[in-house]
Design a protein around this ligand. Structure first.
Ligand code: PEP
Ligand code: MN
Length: 263
């Protein structure tokens, strides 16, 4: 169902008027984890200044270590919703269990399925049975074909609003946190009719590589660029090494300006 052979036109997903997949570049920005109302609002205000409206933030955090911050849960979703409503923005947030998909419908505009859950088939099926766009991230060691099959699980249950997200894969290379598989973008665009995103934060794990990676993503045809922004990354409860602060976020957007086709 997600194959280009089944449908030649690009799928365009309308999220509060922002048409993902329309040929323009879109941005999903926000903190790694929701920590407080003030923290989310500070990032969201700067996004508004930049003309961006797709606000992300993790409320359910699938952390590698059980001793790391696990997120605020539903409380975090409420904070995102409140800030987004005040500023007329849309919320993207990860949901980690099928039971919480129903809960999420009250708070999120796009349901994120994280890399660690790309093959959580019950989660995929549940997300496939609701009327809400799904942001599907490539698994840590998933092939492109496995990502496409994961999308097929969602689509086959009736939900055709899927955005595929390349977020880096595990390789032997240690200079970056993961290896950004940039060629997956044109392959996914060719093989499927779905919008394709690149997460420059988790793929590189390096603040100094966010801008060049985003340039590459746009140049190679990504529909969406995702990156994490925190008012004070040094004190962030997760991913403190790679989130941008507000000034860096401004420079990041300025650096991308020559490549942008936004409206
Ligand atoms: C995230 O985007 O918040 C996240 C946890 O990323 P990933 O699932 O790609 O590791
Ligand atoms: Mn993160």
């Amino acid at each position: 169902l997600v194959s280009r052979e089944k449908r030649s036109e690009d799928t365009v997903i309308d999220v509060k008027g922002e048409k993902i997949g329309d040929g323009n570049t879109h941005f999903v920005m926000g903190p790694c984890s929701v920590e407080s109302y003030e923290q989310v609002r500070e990032v969201a205000l700067e996004m508004k200044n930049q003309g961006l409206q797709l606000l992300r933030g993790g409320a359910f955090k699938p952390r590698t270590s059980p001793y790391d911050f696990q997120g605020l849960g539903v409380e975090g979703l409420k904070i995102l919703r409140q800030v987004a409503d005040e500023l007329d923005m849309a919320v993207v947030s990860e949901i980690t269990s099928p039971e919480n998909i129903e809960v999420a419908l009250d708070y999120v505009d796009i349901i994120q399925i994280g890399a660690r859950n790309m093959q959580n088939f019950d989660l995929l099926k549940t997300a496939g049975s609701v009327d809400r766009p799904v942001w599907l991230k490539r698994g840590l060691s998933a092939t492109i074909e496995e990502l496409i099959y994961a999308a097929e699980y969602i689509h086959s249950r009736g939900n055709s609003q899927i955005i595929l997200c390349e977020r880096g894969i595990r390789t032997y290379e240690k200079a970056t946190r993961n290896t950004l598989d940039i060629s997956s973008v044109p392959i996914l665009k060719k093989e499927t009719h779905l919008p394709v995103a690149v997460d420059v934060t988790h793929s590189t794990g390096r603040r100094d590589l966010l801008l060049p990676a985003a340039k590459a993503a746009i140049a190679i045809g990504a529909d969406v660029v995702m990156a994490e922004v925190h008012p004070d990354p040094a004190t962030a409860l997760s991913d403190s090494a790679q989130q941008m602060d507000i000034a860096q976020f401004r420079d990041f957007m300025k650096g991308l300006q020559p490549l942008l086709n936004m409206n």
